[in-house]
Write a protein that binds this ligand. Structure first.
Ligand code: PHE
Ligand code: NA
Length: 450
């Protein structure tokens, strides 16, 4: 968001598009599918869906609500709301951990954005045509093994992000997001259709939706909750910042429902497209972060019109990744701008360079630094785990506790515009169900990790 002196979104539609632009990204396609595969399938999916509904929805509403009340960046919004409600200034901490999380996430997000750029080119020049699972798997491992390739694409992706953020042109992106979303849904449907032709669609559906509850442990549940936060861009103050530009007439709950349904639909379609290919080619669902890059090129390399569909897919994926990445860089840039009086361009360059550098450490963990382990995790996994499983849930917990317990009742009721029964339901979910859910999942997950 450019410095609009807290102007407001021109319409509800504009706001939905901006929020969807942040939410829909690599998280839905790349991260969702590899997490499902790595965590045993359906049990993970069902816990993820429960987290989205019971924790994600109220926290999304809470972030928007506080942003609209506070009218500032997340750190100052929290400071302001704490002051007005006679609570300690320490609540600002939520804004700060949020900015930190966004910074850390962007570093590895950009590495994957780079893979997506690389595969866009790969489809155009026909690298995958007629490939089988061995040749396509080898292309992927070769990319990982080559630090200069990864570096080049990571750099290209970050340059795009910084260029857009530096110019503050996020407004123009909204119209692009408007056409991106339906196009993405249509392409996913085509890929699901391809999955149906593989003869392994039923197996994939069973893997995704027929749970073996024995597969469920604290680690899986925490992973599912982390994915819910990641995919909805929660726990980073990003949605709070967006909420500060939101007009009073927008209904928060129905808008949250719209964004969540879109985000969830794209993730589920991605899984339904990818797992048939996994089973049809005897690949392992637990492949890890490379899952979509060794499955989808197989589809594009072997289906009619695959080149053009593959090009469209990776372009759309890159574009979705860019709109999310912009929302990830924005908080750091805004903080720098406001706290240091640096001009926007310098703030964007400095934050971008810092993120880029951390991203270099992340990409080296796929090759030369693969045996640099912290708590048994390489740098890439460490960044991903620490943010999705720790920072985001804890920051999100802080937001929902503050919104439900510390904000004065009147302003909450005004913001939500609910009937008396609705307010009761909101109170039960926001005060009890969501916070207890996060705490229980977090504790069982952490015990599971030990
Ligand atoms: N929600 C985005 C995705 O699913 C990623 C993201 C996370 C974007 C956090 C902004 C903030 O890809
Ligand atoms: Na998402």
């Amino acid at each position: 968001m450019a410095k609009l002196a807290h102007a407001q979104w021109s319409s509800r539609m504009t706001f939905v598009l901006a929020a969807a632009g942040s939410a829909v990204g690599l998280g839905n396609i790349w991260r969702f599918s590899y997490m499902v595969g790595e965590n045993g399938g359906a049990a993970f999916v069902l816990v993820y869906l429960a987290c989205v509904a019971l924790v994600g929805l109220p926290i999304l509403v809470a972030e928007w609500l506080m942003g609209r009340r506070g009218q500032k960046n997340p750190v100052d919004t929290m400071a302001e709301l704490a002051r007005k409600n006679g609570k300690p200034r320490a609540w600002m901490g939520i804004g700060i951990t949020g900015v930190l999380a966004a910074f850390l996430i962007l570093s590895f997000y950009s590495v994957i954005g780079g893979w997506s750029l690389n595969y866009t080119l790969g489809t155009v020049i026909g690298t995958f045509s007629g490939g089988d699972s061995d040749s396509i798997g080898a292309l992927f491992s070769n990319m990982l093994a080559n630090p200069m390739t990864l570096l080049g694409w990571h750099t290209a992706f970050m340059v795009l992000v910084v260029a857009i953020v530096a110019r503050g042109v996020t407004k123009g992106l909204e119209s692009a997001v408007r056409s991106m979303m339906p196009a993405l849904v249509i392409l996913m449907l085509i890929l699901v259709g391809y999955g149906m032709t593989t003869g392994h669609f039923g197996e994939a559906m069973a893997f995704m939706f027929r749970p073996e509850w024995s597969a469920l442990d604290g680690g899986v549940v925490l992973a599912a909750m982390g994915q819910a936060f990641f995919t909805l861009s929660l726990g980073m103050g990003i949605m709070m910042a967006y909420g500060s530009y939101l007009g009073q007439d927008v209904n928060l709950i129905s808008t949250a429902r719209t964004v969540i349904i879109l985000d969830t639909a794209i993730a589920l379609l991605a899984g339904m497209a990818i797992f048939p290919i996994v089973f049809a080619n005897g690949l392992s669902p637990g492949e890890g972060p490379g899952l979509i890059f060794v499955t989808l090129p197989l589809a594009f390399g072997n289906m009619a019109g695959g080149t053009i569909l593959g090009l469209m897919f990776f372009l759309l994926l890159t574009f979705a990744a860019l709109t999310s990445a912009i929302s990830l860089l924005e908080p750091t840039v805004e903080m720098l701008e406001e706290r240091t009086s640096l001009p926007r361009v310098s703030a964007a360059l400095i934050s971008g360079a810092a993120v880029w550098l951390l991203g270099v450490a992340a990409l080296l963990s796929f090759n030369v630094w693969s045996d640099v382990l912290v708590f048994g995790l390489n740098i890439f996994d460490l960044l991903d785990t620490f943010t999705a499983k720790f920072l985001l849930p804890l920051t999100g917990l802080g937001s929902i506790v503050f919104a439900a317990w510390c904000l004065d009742r009147k302003s909450v009721e005004q913001e939500l515009g609910l009937s008396a029964a609705g307010v009761t339901a909101w109170n039960v979910i926001a005060r009890v169900v969501a916070p207890i859910g996060v705490v229980v999942v977090f504790i069982t997950g952490v015990i599971g990790l030990m």
